[in-house]
Design a protein around this ligand. Structure first.
Ligand code: IPD
Ligand code: CA
Ligand code: CA
Length: 262
C-alpha cells in the first residue's frame, strides 16, 4: 500500500500538469508517468523483496522463476489520464505459486485505496467492503471496457447493447482496476471485459474475491490471469448474466437500426 500510494502521488503530479502522450499502437497511449510510476514501483519492490519476480505493463519487470510474482499496472486508465479525465489508478497484485495472495488498487484522485490479502477480506481505506446485494439484472448498475488493441475483433459492443437494455445502465469509465474495485465495494453490481491483461486484473480479482464476489470467464469457466475474458459480479446475478451471455453468443439477438424518435 505504501508503494502504491507513492507511485500514485508521483503519477498525480504528472496528471495535474497534463503530460503529453505517445502511441504504443494505433490507439494505445503511454506517458512518462506510466514509465516513471513503473520504475518507482519496480525499484521499491526490488529493495524490499529482492527475491520476488515482477511483471510490469511497461516492460520494467524482473523474472527469475521465483514462486512470488507481482503484476504491476503503473497507471491503469492511461487514455483517461492523458486526457485529464480523472479515472485512473495504480494496481499491484501479488501471486504466490500461481494463486493471488495480495492486491492493492490506489486511486489518487479520490485518495481511495482498495486492498486485500487472501483470507483477510477486502478493505477500502482500511474499512471492510462487500459486494452489492442486487438480486436481478434489472436492478443492477454494471460496467465494461474495450481494449485499445484489435478493436475490430472485439464482440463486446453487442454485449454492451444487450446489457444496456436490461440494467440501470452500463458504465465504461476506462480503468479496469477501478471497475473491479467498484464491484468489490458494491458501487457496481457486475463488470465484464474481453481481452484484459494480467496486470489489469491481478489485484482486482483478489479484492473482488475477498469481498465475496464471483469470478469466471464469459461462459462460466475458471478465469485465469492470462484469461483474457473476465466476468465478475456480486455472485447473486452471476447465473443470470451467464445465461444472457450464452444467448448473445448464440446469435439470438440481431437488431436493425431503430427509427429515430423525438
Ligand atoms: C486499459 C484500461 C481500460 C480497459 C483496457 C485496458 P491501460 O488499461 O483498464 O479500461 O478497457 O482493456 O487495457 O492501458 O490504461 O493500463
Ligand atoms: Ca491497464
Ligand atoms: Ca497501464
Amino acid at each position: 500500500m505504501e508503494i502504491a500510494r507513492e507511485a500514485g502521488a508521483l503519477a498525480k503530479g504528472y496528471f495535474d500538469r497534463r503530460v503529453p502522450f505517445e502511441l504504443k499502437g494505433e490507439f494505445d497511449l503511454v506517458t512518462e508517468a506510466d514509465r516513471n510510476s513503473e520504475k518507482l514501483i519496480v525499484s521499491r519492490l526490488r529493495e524490499r523483496l529482492p527475491s520476488h519476480d515482477i511483471v510490469g505493463e511497461e516492460g520494467g519487470g524482473h523474472l527469475t522463476g521465483s514462486e512470488y510474482r507481482w503484476y504491476v499496472d503503473p497507471v491503469d486508465g492511461t487514455t483517461n489520464f492523458a486526457h485529464g479525465f480523472p479515472v485512473w489508478a495504480v494496481s499491484m497484485g501479488l501471486e504466490r505459486a500461481g494463486e493471488m495472495v495480495a492486491g492493492v488498487i490506489y486511486d489518487p484522485t479520490r485518495d481511495e485505496i482498495f486492498a486485500a490479502e487472501r483470507g483477510g477480506g477486502a478493505t477500502l481505506n482500511g474499512s471492510p467492503i462487500r459486494v452489492s446485494r442486487a438480486a436481478r439484472l434489472d436492478d443492477a448498475l454494471v460496467a465494461t471496457g474495450f481494449p485499445s488493441r484489435k478493436r475490430h475483433a472485439n464482440v463486446n459492443i453487442h454485449f454492451y447493447y444487450e446489457l444496456a437494455m436490461r440494467t440501470h445502465g452500463v458504465r465504461r469509465a476506462g480503468a479496469a482496476a477501478i471497475d473491479l474495485a467498484y464491484v468489490a465495494s458494491g458501487r457496481l453490481d457486475a463488470f465484464w471485459e474481453f481481452g484484459l491483461n494480467s496486470w489489469d486484473m491481478a489485484a482486482g480479482l483478489l479484492i473482488v474475491e475477498e469481498a465475496g464476489g464471483a469470478i469466471s470467464d464469459m461462459r462460466g469457466g475458471r478465469a485465469t490471469l492470462d484469461g483474457p475474458h473476465l466476468l465478475t459480479d456480486n455472485g447473486v446475478v452471476h447465473e443470470e448474466i451467464l445465461a444472457l451471455f450464452a444467448e448473445i453468443f448464440s446469435g439470438k439477438f440481431v437488431h436493425s437500426l431503430p427509427q429515430l424518435s423525438r
